[in-house]
Design a protein around this ligand. Structure first.
Ligand code: AMP
Length: 442
């Protein structure tokens, strides 16, 4: 059993149910060691596997861990058993933002403050290539200081699957916040779609009701597609103009976040505390991820990434019985430049073309066709600590046997020569299958 007498993994005491979604139940809990209040989100693995989202969830968990911002609900830890995944999340004591709107519209100044925090959070995630794609009331929570906490950033796979399940039509999956181009499945930019949802949220905060609403779903889609809505009489011209620019049905013409930030209504009453935070972080954000790296520098990784990437702690072992590995990883105590030279040397010996790409990525391409086209291998260098790097080698294209030969006969021996091979370390650290796997500690 993973939960005995309300104690989860000997780490958390579970309390009352806070809420429920399609895939998850959320409980209040207390960390038994630190006493910290947390929210434990329990996801049924069966359901996730059933809708084929395992890989996406794994990827998105690692994204969530990278996204640290004062207005984004923090993920502290991920745990798993054979049947369940548990997320230990920052507890949002103030509950859902929209419970406030249920009593009527908010004051303009209050709505603007929440909108500032929402835009800051969304902008931060976009700058890291993470899109929410399912911004809606249930994802907007408040902490004890009435500060906004956006939840489920990076877990959009769960939302997507709601659509594939046809559950969009139910009360829990309202399309009211979804951009027209998402509804029509025209292929869309995540950032533009998120901006649209922010516009709907702003409207609701100021008006106290939805801009697009109809008991007939087809009619509602039509209204969204044409951005057909009416402003309440009390909204001033400046904010009407901003909302109209956000709720532009054509994503190409829709206002962008940098332009929203320049908007006079948006800037009005931005308190000095917020401005100082903006200045301190460059974009109103706080992060533990290395910033402004030289584009050729390898991306920095935190402990969570290492754990995620390590087979011993990888969620893969929890979901899949037999994993055919196509990639190999090597931890190397050498500067990135030395590793790059080594890879170039190997490529040259093999008669392959070596090209440098963004961040720490090197591409090794065969010059002649193999059995299944031209063999192409990616070698990506990640910085684990100063002068400790991890190189991940994987096949991009071509025949697997040819790749395996290059890997086993040339790349592996050469890289092992200079490396401390992670594989050996993982064997010692591997979690026993009968134990419950605490995948990650903060
Ligand atoms: P979700 O499955 O994330 O949509 O969560 C369902 C509901 O649980 C939310 O609408 C909230 O009411 C509640 N909830 C989720 N996460 C938290 C949290 N970290 N703190 C407090 N309540 C939460």
């Amino acid at each position: 059993m993973d939960i005995k007498e309300n104690i989860l993994m000997e780490r958390y005491e579970l309390g009352r149910l806070l809420g429920q979604g399609t895939f998850a139940k959320v409980y209040f809990a207390r960390n038994l060691t630190t006493g910290q209040s947390v929210a434990i989100k329990v996801i049924d693995k069966e359901k996730v596997i059933h809708v084929g989202l395992v890989n996406q969830i794994k990827r998105e968990i690692s994204i969530m861990k990278l996204v640290r911002h004062p207005n984004i609900l923090q993920l502290y830890e991920v745990m798993a058993t054979k049947t369940k995944i548990y997320f230990a999340l920052e507890y949002a004591k103030g509950g859902e933002l929209f419970d406030k709107v249920a009593n009527g519209k908010l004051k303009e100044q209050t709505a603007r403050r929440y909108f500032h925090q929402l835009i800051d959070a969304v902008d931060f995630c976009h700058s890291r290539g993470v899109y929410h794609r399912d911004l809606k009331p249930e994802n907007l929570l408040l902490d004890e200081n009435e500060d906004l906490k956006v939840s489920d950033f990076g877990l959009s796979a769960l939302a997507e699957s709601k659509r594939e399940d046809g559950l969009l039509h139910t009360a829990c999956g309202t399309p009211a916040y979804v951009a027209p181009e998402v509804i029509t499945r025209r292929g869309y930019d995540g950032d533009k779609a998120d901006v649209w949802s922010c516009g709907v949220i702003l409207f609701v905060l100021l008006a106290g009701y939805l801009p697009f609403h109809d008991s007939n779903l087809v009619e509602m889609y039509r209204k969204i597609g044409k951005s057909e809505f009416r402003f309440p009489s009390w909204l001033q011209a400046d904010v009407r103009k901003l909302i109209s620019r956000i709720l532009d049905p054509n994503p190409v013409n829709r206002i962008t976040i940098p332009k929203i930030k320049e908007n006079a209504w948006f800037k009005m009453g931005k308190c000095s505390k917020e401005e100082n935070a903006d200045k301190a972080s460059g974009s109103g954000t706080i992060t533990n991820v290395a910033e402004d790296q030289d584009s050729m520098n390898p991306p920095n990784m935190n402990a969570f990434d290492i754990i995620i990437l390590s087979p011993g702690y990888n969620l893969t072992t929890l979901f899949e019985e037999h994993v055919q590995k196509k990639e190999a990883r090597f931890a190397i105590w050498q500067p990135a430049s030395a590793i790059r030279s080594k890879l170039e040397e190997i490529g040259k010996c093999l008669g392959m073309k070596v090209s440098k790409r963004e961040a720490g990525l090197l591409k090794l391409d065969a010059t002649t066709k193999g059995k299944k086209g031209i063999l192409s291998i990616d070698a990506e260098i990640f910085e684990l600590a100063p002068s400790l790097h991890m190189v991940e080698v994987k096949k991009c294209y071509g025949d697997t046997l040819e790749y395996q030969k290059v890997l086993d006969e040339r790349l592996r021996p050469a890289l092992q020569d200079v490396s401390w091979n992670m594989q050996g370390v993982e064997q010692d650290q591997r979690v026993q299958p009968e134990q419950h796997e605490v995948l990650q500690h903060p």
